[in-house]
Each structure stands twice: as structure tokens, then as C-alpha cells.
Design a protein around this ligand. Sequence first.
Ligand code: HEM
Length: 165
Amino acid sequence: MSTTRIAGLAAPKHILGKLCLAANAVAVLAICIMPVQAAEGANEAPVSDAVFQAMGGREGLKAIVDDFLNLVVADDRIKQQFADADMPHLAMRLNEQFCELSGGPCKYGGKDMKTIHADLHITNAQFNALAEDLQLAMERHHVPAREQNKLLAKLAPMQRSIVTK
Ligand code: HEM
């Protein structure tokens, strides 16, 4: 089974390939042999809260999201996109979303990814830049590579809805 098929994406040269390159061999296997359903499991009940726990639960996740957004608004590749955004609101929604995706006891209550990003004309390069900032934030908070990649693999299929340019 190839990375392209698992990602389930029309344009394969993007984040998942980057993730697989960046990850160690064990993590690559963990992501790349994941069935399609699991890799696209944004709408499915996670089987465990291991990723949520690896991020430090609610408190750890909050610190990661705060650092992530600080990186984003300082990142010349994407900061302009966030010039008019309500950052406290965005942080709240990202906490909900990442908590749910990582198996934590939360429910995302925000808009769907296509709707919220529709007018932003986001490129693949911008999507990848944001993913790198998230990976760096998790790295700084000592989230193990395997759990980092599990969360990133949940986000990868959203690229289809978010990138419009
Ligand atoms: C996997 C990648 C991404 C995820 C999971 C994500 C997630 C979210 C979430 C949960 C919200 C808040 C939704 C709500 O308020 O109901 C949001 C808003 C927003 N996102 Fe993203 N996003 C991603 C990629 C991007 C990228 C690449 C950019 C730009 C470079 C971006 C720019 C924005 C902006 C500017 C808002 C605020 C929009 C507004 O308040 O009107 N996002 N995103």
C-alpha cells in the first residue's frame, strides 16, 4: 500500500510524504500501514487517548497550541493570513479539535474546515508551513515522534478541504 493511497489524496506530493520523511522508521510504519479509514479518522471515535496523554492532557495541549500559534504569527510564510483572526477564539477551537482528534474527552464545536478556510486562498506551501509549526511546537513540548505523527496524520486529509489555491 503506498503513501499516496493511504493519504487518500489526489495530489500526493505534500504533507504526508514530508511526514514520512521526517519520521523515524517505526513512526513511518505506524503511519504508512494505517488503513484508509484510520488515516482519515477525523470523524471517527479514536480507539485510545494515548496521543492526548502524550501531549500532556488538556494542560499540555493548551501549552502546545499557545506555542504553535505564537510560531504561526511569527512565521513570514503564513503570518499575513492571521492578521485579522481572533486568535483567542482560534486557540479555543484548536484546543477542542486537537483534543478530540488525539482521543481526549472533547468535542470540536467549530465550523467545518472547508467553510472556515474558504475565503483565505490557502496554498499547499502555506498548509505545509503551518504543519511544520505544529510539529515544532510538539517537539518543543517533548511529544514523542510517534504521537506527533499520529496527530499530523489526522490533519493531513484536511488539506483537501483547506487548500483552495
Ligand atoms: C491542518 C491544518 C489546519 C487546521 C486543523 C485548521 C484548523 C482551524 C480551526 C479549528 C479554525 C477555527 C474554526 C472556527 O472558528 O470555527 C481555523 C480558523 C482559521 N484558520 Fe485554520 N486550520 C488549518 C490550516 C490553516 C492554514 C494553512 C491557514 C493559513 C495559512 C489557516 C488559517 C486560518 C485562519 C486565518 C482562521 C480564522 C478564520 C476566521 O476566524 O474567520 N488555517 N482553522
